[in-house]
Write a protein that binds this ligand. Structure first.
Ligand code: FES
Length: 665
C-alpha cells in the first residue's frame, strides 16, 4: 500500500524542482495550483492579412502554459526558443488582466515575470501583455494572439521541442533562359541546373508536365521537390505555398493538422471519430472482425481512408488552402491502425506471439490511403517498436524528447491499450499494459466518451452546498462520466473515505460518520452499491441518475493496476525507485486530461508532487508535425527503433502477484 499523497515528501523541495527544470521556465513567478479541474482559454487570433480575428476556446488542465495550450490546439504564437523564456517573441495580450485589475486594483492576479518586465513597458504590462510561455493558465483567461511577425527558421512543437525547419517538401522558384539553337539542353537539365542545391530525381508526373508548364509560364516556374524527388513544376512563383498534413490516426479519434511547412505553423486543425468505430471500439475487436469476414479488411481500410480524406478536406477548407498544394502527409497510428489503413492483414497482431508485418511501413503515395491532395504527395509512417507499442508512441517519444532528455522520465499514454516508456537519460524501455476500456467510458455503468454532457471533473466537499461539484463538457446537463471524470470520482471518494483502500464502498452505517454531507448519495441499484454523482431532479430514482457503481470502481482498479504494474516493473528493470522519476508525461486524448492530483491519489502514476506530473497533450500528432517539419527529426524517429528496448511483461512469472499488489488505492 502507498503513502498519503498529501503528506509532504521529505525529499522534495521546490528549489530542487526548479533546478531540474521541471517547473516553468526561469523567470516565471510561481503559480500554485492543486492539479485538479480545468481552465478555459479563449483565444482571439488576429490575422496578418487584416481579415477579422478568429475565436477559439480550449480547455486544459491547470498549470499548462498559454503557449502550450495554443500550440496543442493549432494556434501559432511567435517563438524561436521553443517556449524556454529566452527569445521574448511569444507576445500575447491577456485581456482578462485588464478586467481583473479593474475588479481588484490592489493586486494584479496574472503574474509578471522578470522576462515580461524586460520585454514590455509598464503600460503594456498593465494592458495585459505577457510572454505566452511564461503564463501558466491557473484560471480562465482571455488571450489576444497577434499575427506572426517573423519568418521563423525553427518551430516549437511537442513538449517544448524546438525544431529547425528542414521539411522534406522544398520549392525553388527559377527564371530560366529560353533554349535556342546554341543551347539545346533538355528541359529537365535546364531546370536541374538552376536548382543544383537539391539534385532531385524527376518523377513521371513532373516530366509529363514540364514541357508545357515551362513554355506556358514563360520559363518562370517553381520546382516542387519532396524527399529528393522532383514531383511537379508549377507556373510562376508558388514558393509561399508549401503545405503538409499531420495525422494522429487514433483507434477512437483521428486528428489532422494542416501545416505551412515554410513557416512551421499550423493553418488548420480538425478531428473526428474514426469511421472504423462501427467495427468495434478497440483494436482487438476490429482485428477479430477481419478474421470472421474477409470482406471486413477492405471495409476497414476504406473507413480509415474516408476519415483521413474528410479531415484533409476540412483542414484545407479551414486554412483556405488548395489541397493540390499539400505535398506530404505523416501518419502516426498504432500498429493495427497502420496495418488497416494500408490494407495489411492485422490478424497476426491479435494473436500470440503478436507479430507485425513490418516495423517500418514504406512511404506510399497519399492517394494510396485515399487522400485527394497533390497527386504525387507522399504519405510517411512512423516505425513501430512492437505490436502494442506502435508508431503513435514512437511519434510521442519524438515529441517529448524521450531520447534526448537526461532526466528520468516516465511517459504514459492512457487508453484501452496503455503504452509506457521509461528513460533514465541513458536507456529507454517500453512496454504495453492492457488497461481495458474503462478510460474510454467502456464497461462503466454511466460511461461515455469525452463529449458534451460528460462529467470530466469532480470535487467532493464537506458541506451540503459544495458536496459534489461537477465540471461538465459543454456546460450542459450531465449525461455520463468520461475517463477523467471516472478517475476524479474514485480519487475523491478515496480521499473522503467513502471508498476504502481495497476499493470497496464503506458499509452504509459508517458512511454518515465518514462523510456526513455525502452519505445519502450512497445507495443501491438492485444489489449493486452506487454513489450518485448527479440527480437530474430531486425525486429521481438512482436508475435515472449519473452514478459511480461498485463495479465501475473495480474496472478502474484493474486498469490502474495493469498500468502501475507496468511502470513499476520497467523502473525495476532500470534499478530505479518511484521517487527517482523526475517527470511523468501523461499523453494521449485520455491521459492528457486526467487530473494529476487524482492520478497520484489512485496510484495510476508514482506518488510524486503534482508539479512533476505533466499533461503532454496529443504527442502523437505533435510527433507527426515534427516529422513533416524536419527530415532530421524524421530520421530520429527511425533511430528510436534501435535505441528503445521493448520489454514483454505478460510472460513474467511474477506479473500476476505484482498486479494484485497494485490493486489497492
Ligand atoms: S520566450 Fe521564447 S517562446 Fe516564450
Amino acid at each position: 500500500m502507498t503513502s498519503d499523497p498529501d503528506a509532504p515528501d521529505p525529499d522534495f523541495s521546490l528549489d530542487h524542482v526548479r533546478r531540474e527544470g521541471l517547473m516553468a521556465s526561469p523567470g516565471t513567478e510561481l503559480v500554485t495550483h492543486d492539479g485538479t479541474g480545468r481552465v478555459e482559454l479563449s483565444f482571439n487570433v488576429e490575422d496578418a492579412g487584416g481579415a477579422p480575428p478568429t475565436q477559439r476556446s480550449v480547455r486544459v488542465p491547470p498549470g499548462v502554459t498559454v503557449f502550450d495550450s495554443a500550440s496543442w490546439n493549432g494556434i501559432a504564437i511567435d517563438s524561436t526558443c521553443g517556449g524556454h523564456g529566452t527569445c521574448h517573441k511569444c507576445k500575447v495580450r491577456v485581456t482578462s488582466v485588464v478586467e481583473e485589475v479593474a475588479q481588484r486594483p490592489s493586486r494584479n492576479p496574472t503574474p509578471v515575470s522578470r522576462h515580461d518586465v524586460r520585454t514590455f513597458t509598464r503600460d503594456q504590462l498593465d494592458a495585459g501583455w505577457r510572454l505566452a510561455c511564461l503564463v501558466q493558465a491557473t484560471r480562465d483567461l482571455k488571450v489576444d494572439v497577434p499575427p506572426l511577425t517573423t519568418r521563423p527558421k525553427a518551430a516549437t512543437v511537442g513538449v517544448g521541442r524546438q525544431v529547425i525547419l528542414r521539411p522534406a517538401v522544398q520549392k525553388r522558384y527559377v527564371e530560366l533562359a529560353e533554349p535556342d539553337l546554341s543551347d539545346q539542353r533538355t528541359d529537365l537539365d535546364r531546370l536541374l541546373a538552376a536548382i543544383d542545391d537539391l539534385a532531385p530525381q524527376p518523377d513521371l508526373h513532373a516530366l509529363r508536365r514540364l514541357p508545357h508548364v515551362l513554355r506556358a509560364a514563360d520559363w518562370k516556374v517553381t520546382a516542387v521537390v519532396v524527399d529528393e524527388v522532383l514531383v511537379d513544376v508549377e507556373p510562376g512563383d508558388t514558393t509561399g505555398q508549401r503545405y503538409a498534413i499531420a495525422f494522429d490516426l487514433g483507434t477512437t479519434t483521428v486528428v489532422a493538422t494542416l501545416l505551412d511547412v515554410a513557416l512551421g505553423t499550423p493553418v488548420g486543425v480538425a478531428s473526428m471519430l474514426n469511421k472504423q468505430q462501427p467495427y468495434g471500439g478497440d483494436v482487438i475487436t476490429r482485428i477479430s472482425a477481419t478474421m470472421l469476414d474477409p470482406q471486413t479488411l477492405p471495409r476497414l481500410q476504406q473507413a480509415a481512408a474516408t476519415t483521413l480524406a474528410e479531415l484533409a478536406a476540412q483542414v484545407c477548407r479551414e486554412g483556405g488552402v488548395d489541397p493540390q498544394q499539400v505535398y506530404e502527409v505523416a501518419i502516426a497510428g498504432n500498429a493495427t491502425m497502420t496495418a488497416l489503413v494500408l490494407g495489411i492483414d492485422p490478424e497476426p497482431l491479435g494473436v500470440a506471439p503478436f507479430v507485425m508485418a513490418t516495423a517500418q511501413p514504406p512511404t506510399v503515395l497519399a492517394s494510396d490511403v485515399g487522400l485527394d491532395v497533390h497527386p504525387r504527395a507522399r504519405a510517411v509512417f512512423f516505425p513501430a517498436l512492437g505490436a502494442y507499442v506502435g508508431g503513435d508512441i514512437v511519434a510521442g517519444m519524438l515529441a517529448t524528447g524521450m531520447d534526448r532528455d537526461k532526466r528520468t522520465r516516465l511517459f504514459i499514454d492512457v487508453g484501452t491499450n496503455c503504452e509506457l516508456v521509461v528513460s533514465d537519460g541513458d536507456r529507454i524501455l517500453s512496454t504495453a499494459a492492457p488497461a481495458g476500456p474503462a478510460f474510454e467510458g467502456g464497461a462503466i455503468r454511466c460511461g461515455m466518451r469525452a463529449a458534451d454532457g460528460a462529467i470530466e471533473v469532480i470535487k467532493l466537499g464537506a458541506t451540503p452546498e459544495d458536496a459534489v461539484q461537477l465540471g461538465v463538457i459543454g456546460d450542459v446537463e450531465p449525461k455520463g462520466l468520461c475517463g477523467s471524470g471516472l478517475v476524479d470520482a474514485v480519487a475523491e471518494l478515496v480521499r473522503v473515505g467513502l471508498l476504502d483502500v481495497s476499493g470497496r464502498f464503506v458499509p452504509d452505517e459508517q458512511a454518515p460518520e465518514v462523510a456526513p454531507a455525502l452519505a445519502d448519495r450512497l445507495t443501491r441499484i438492485g444489489e449493486e452499491r452506487v454513489f450518485v454523482l448527479h440527480r437530474p431532479h430531486a425525486d429521481a430514482v438512482p436508475e435515472e441518475c449519473v452514478v459511480l457503481s461498485q463495479r465501475d470502481v473495480r474496472e478502474l482498479q484493474f486498469a490502474k493496476a495493469a498500468i502501475s504494474t507496468g511502470w513499476t516493473l520497467l523502473l525495476e528493470e532500470l534499478g530505479l525507485e518511484h521517487r527517482d522519476v523526475q517527470q511523468v508525461l501523461m499523453a494521449g486524448s485520455f491521459g492528457s486530461y486526467i487530473s494529476p492530483a487524482s492520478a497520484v491519489r489512485i496510484g495510476l502514476v508514482p506518488k510524486l508532487p503534482v508539479l512533476r506530473i505533466v499533461s503532454a497533450g496529443n504527442v502523437a500528432g505533435e510527433g507527426a508535425k515534427m516529422a513533416l517539419l524536419s527530415v532530421r527529426e524524421r530520421a530520429g524517429a527511425a533511430a528510436l527503433l534501435q535505441e528503445v528496448t521493448y520489454v514483454e511483461l505478460s510472460d513474467r512469472p511474477d506479473f500476476n502477484d505484482r498486479f494484485v499488489d497494485q490493486l489497492a488505492f
